[in-house]
Each structure stands twice: as C-alpha cells, then as structure tokens.
Design a protein around this ligand. Structure first.
Ligand code: FEO
Length: 163
C-alpha cells in the first residue's frame, strides 16, 4: 500500500504531466496557426507522451491500492513570440519538470518507498531525453537563425518525429 504522502505527491505530478500535455497541445495549435506543420507534429507527439507520463503515475497509484485524485488543469499560454521562443519555453518547462521529478524521488527516499523509487528512476532517465530533445531543436534554430528557407527545412525534419 502506498503512503498518503507519496500518493499525494504523485497525484500532484499527474497534474503537472497533464498540464505539460496541454501546454504542448497549445504549442501545436500555435504552430498550425503560424504555418509550421512539422513543429506542430513534434508538439502533438510530445503532448501524447506527456499524457503517457501522467498515466504511468496514475497506474502506479491504482496498482498499489491508492486513490487517484485529478485536479483542474491550468490553462496554458496560447501565443509565443516565434518558434525559438516556443522551444525555449519547452526547455524551461522540462527543466521545471526534471526538478519536480527529483523532488518526488527525495520524497520516495524519505518514505522508504522502494517501488516508487524504481518507477521514478524511469522518469529521471526520461527527463534527460526530454531536455536533450528540446536543446537539439534550439541548437538547430540557433544555427539557421532567421533564414526562412532553412526554417522550413527544419520544419520538414521535425515532421518526421515518430510515435
Ligand atoms: Fe513528462 Fe516532459 O515531462
């Protein structure tokens, strides 16, 4: 059985993951609106992954006889200054989520919750990927700067993101 403290902390994380999904869906809408369908596709995939992250925590609470408590999801931002600003916002948000995951891990250590620790190790690795993916797009954008043709080529590349 999961402790109430651990359960509550994971419930809060479910909300953060659902917000992440909502945020990236909002970015997908922004990129659709501004004529970059490849970047929109990248965001749709990212949004789906975030729902998956929330559901993995959801299942963990259920599997351990706990109570899932879903809270309201905050409205995300709807406009950004440009593609670079949006991907920088992705990176900043992922850094915030990484900190949140390591805080959860600290809670699992204090609670001596070994099952949660094993679960959270998956998320710690996942956050390395999440930050890396955002930085890779920012790096590409830094190299092409405002060159319109190159932006469209990068958009074509982003459209190839699988899953
Ligand atoms: Fe679920 Fe992007 O962290």
């Amino acid at each position: 059985m999961i402790s109430e403290k651990m359960q509550n902390a994971i419930n809060e994380q479910i909300n953060k993951e659902m917000f992440s999904s909502y945020l990236y869906l909002s970015m997908a809408a922004y990129f659709e609106r501004t004529g970059l369908p490849g970047a929109a596709k990248w965001m749709y995939v990212q949004s789906g992954e975030e729902t998956g992250h929330a559901m993995k925590f959801f299942a963990h609470i259920i599997d351990r006889g706990g109570k899932v408590t879903l809270a309201a999801i905050a409205a995300p931002q709807i406009d950004w200054a440009g593609p670079m600003a949006a991907f920088k916002a992705v990176y900043e948000h992922e850094q915030f989520i990484s900190k949140s995951i390591t805080d959860l891990y600290e809670t699992a250590l204090v609670e001596k919750d070994y099952a949660a620790q094993v679960l959270l190790q998956w998320y710690i690795n996942e956050q390395v990927e999440e930050e890396k993916n955002a930085v890779a797009v920012i790096d590409s954008m830094n190299r092409i700067e405002a060159h319109e043709t190159a932006v469209l080529q990068l958009d074509h590349q982003l459209a190839k993101r699988g899953k």
